[in-house]
Design a protein. Structure first.
Length: 89
């Protein structure tokens, strides 16, 4: 199983990534073992989705990385109406 995940760093920045071991990966982020998130002191897991293949997770990661902050927040909150309205604009 592969996972797409979204972290919130220092209450302001969203980090989107994929992994095949979510517990290990979150631990690495919190222990500052990732070059992109090690500068942040607070790391919160906000969202995850599971996929059967790495390619499916990678495709979803690419899609979400292009999204605006508002659209990512709508996804995290499960606000489908808002997500759809943001997709139309």
């Amino acid at each position: 199983m592969f996972y797409l995940y979204i972290l919130k760093c220092d209450h302001e920045f969203y980090y989107v990534g994929i992994t095949n071991n979510i517990k290990r990966r979150l631990k690495e982020h919190r222990n500052r073992e990732n070059k992109y998130t090690k500068r942040y002191t607070t790391i919160q897991s906000m969202y995850k989705e599971g996929y059967k293949t790495r390619q499916q997770a990678k495709n979803r990661e690419r899609q979400i990385k292009k999204w605006s902050r508002k659209k990512k927040e709508a996804l995290i909150k499960g606000d489908v109406k808002r997500l759809v309205s943001l997709s139309k604009s």
